[in-house]
Design a protein around this ligand. Structure first.
Ligand SMILES: [Zn+2]
Length: 93
């Protein structure tokens, strides 16, 4: 199943600013990093909730895709990976 990696920002209201500018937020602006299944109709578009059940509405989706089997998170954001999403990803692959 294709997954979308999403950044949960410390200031969720900033998500659309980053989306418009296309810039990656600084690590200090990121609270947690989650994973969601991508919507069936729009690949790359996240489902309404993450694998841990949090709403994706105010999260910043990334375009990251795994480049190697078993890779679950972008290297840059691995330290912020949500443990519940990580466990779900591990059993999904
Ligand atoms: Zn999560």
């Amino acid at each position: 199943m294709p997954m979308v990696i999403l950044l949960e920002l410390s200031e969720p209201a900033d998500a659309h600013l980053y989306q418009v500018s296309g810039e990656d937020p600084e690590p200090a602006a990121v609270h947690l990093v989650h994973a969601a299944a991508s919507g069936p109709d729009a690949p790359g578009d996240p489902a309404d909730t993450t694998l841990c059940g949090t709403s994706t509405a105010r999260m910043l989706p990334t375009r990251w895709q795994p480049t190697a089997p078993g890779e679950r998170w972008p290297q840059r954001w691995r330290p912020w990976a949500c443990r519940i999403c990580d466990t779900a990803l591990r059993s999904a692959r």
